[in-house]
Design a protein around this ligand. Sequence first.
Ligand SMILES: [Zn+2]
Length: 288
Amino acid sequence: MLLAGATAAHSRTSFANGSGSDAKNAARRAASRGAIRPQSSYRLQPQAGAQSPGLRPSTSVTYTLEAAEGRRIALTFDDGPDPVYTPQILDVLRRYKVPATFCVLGENAVLNPGLLQAIADGGHLIANHSWSHPALPRLSTAKARKELSRTSELIEDTVGSPPMWARAPYGYWSEETLELSAGLGMSPLGWSVDTGDWRQPGVPSIVSAVVDNVRAGSIVLSHDGGADAAQTVAALHDYLPQLIDEGWTLSLPPVDGPVGAYRGDGAGSTPADADAATSGERMRPAAR
Ligand SMILES: [Zn+2]
């Protein structure tokens, strides 16, 4: 399978993961404390647009699954796991026997380790969406690394293998945070179809955002955590059988990393699409 998009793999810099044991201990301490409260307002924060120009998604890391292997698309769910909505989404996916990618927050995963395991047991992919959903480029290097590393450690400790994909909160990457992520063995995971579900626009709006906009290779962004996701679940019930009837194959990002090349820092770029983002050079996540 080919994948078009971007990665920080042009930088062969190996970032020391020297704080690995610290991160593991911190994750264990956090888990044992159980005192970390998830925020409830991720999706109420601006994710794009004029209100917060600095948080525009980095379009240079928008991936699309290559069309070459047919009508493949990928569903992704961010900001969970959530004790109410994640099981409902897992139920729908199980019913239609399709996989999805869950971009989890460490602070939610640490409170719901059973859900994290249930995601893995369902054959779905778990990606690192940071610990507490900050705008990573606005943090110090040490804090940004910690956001990613302790989440990866928690995922590995819980399900037995570390994540190979990372999705930045707000899709907001920088050169440095892309390199941090690569140094932790992860490739950046973008999206190409935004359902806008976090705004709770109504089920028909979410359904049409998907069925009207998917193209071969699309990666669809939805949310199973962070706020009320009832519309997200209802929409999934509606559009998933439609997509299957239309011959779409629900897919996962390749476990051995993306194909594609990093296309700069995204400044002034327009949203990538399947045609424009193709590059062809195979890149692998940095060795762990
Ligand atoms: Zn998010």
